[in-house]
Design a binder for this molecule. Structure first.
Ligand code: 5GP
Ligand code: ZN
Length: 132
């Protein structure tokens, strides 16, 4: 399969490895939002969150939690963002599921999104479509 992240796991493309176990691999993003920006991926190729099982996702999330702590303590930052882009429309460029962990510094200027407000009746309509 012609997947850049599968090639990184296989060592065919070099990376700065942060963590590895039987199922999970983590490495520095080549174009960091901030220094230490890390990507955490399952070794099995899944395109996005929809494709991975809940159990495997939980396993991945456990590692994300540990790396978040390691980033915070190791880099001495106060916090970090965790993000997954699901599908191209949401900004996913590499179609191999990955968590971004982005260390944050006060005043680093990163603005993640702008927020709006609901028109009359819009929230009720939306929640009725979404709720489980
Ligand atoms: P996406 O937009 O798909 O959520 O994020 C993909 C991320 O992968 C981007 O932040 C990009 O910088 C990173 N990336 C793309 N190609 C490579 C690569 O060859 N090596 C590394 N380390 N990161 C990559
Ligand atoms: Zn892959």
């Amino acid at each position: 399969m012609d997947c850049i992240f599968c090639k990184i796991i296989a060592g065919e493309i070099p990376s700065y490895k942060v963590y590895e176990d039987d199922n999970v691999f983590a490495f520095l993003d080549i174009a960091p939002v901030n220094v230490g920006h890390t990507l955490v991926i399952p070794k099995k190729h899944y395109e996005n969150m929809e494709d991975i099982s809940e159990e495997e996702l939980c396993n991945l999330a456990r590692v994300v939690k540990r790396i978040g702590k390691s980033i915070k303590e190791g880099l001495g930052v106060k916090g970090y963002n965790i993000n997954i882009n699901n599908k191209e429309v949401a900004g996913q460029i590499v179609p191999h599921l990955h968590f971004h962990i982005i260390p944050r510094e006060e005043g680093d200027g990163l603005k993640l999104w702008s927020q709006g407000k609901y028109n009359e009746g819009e929230a009720e309509k939306a929640v009725n479509k979404i709720k489980i």
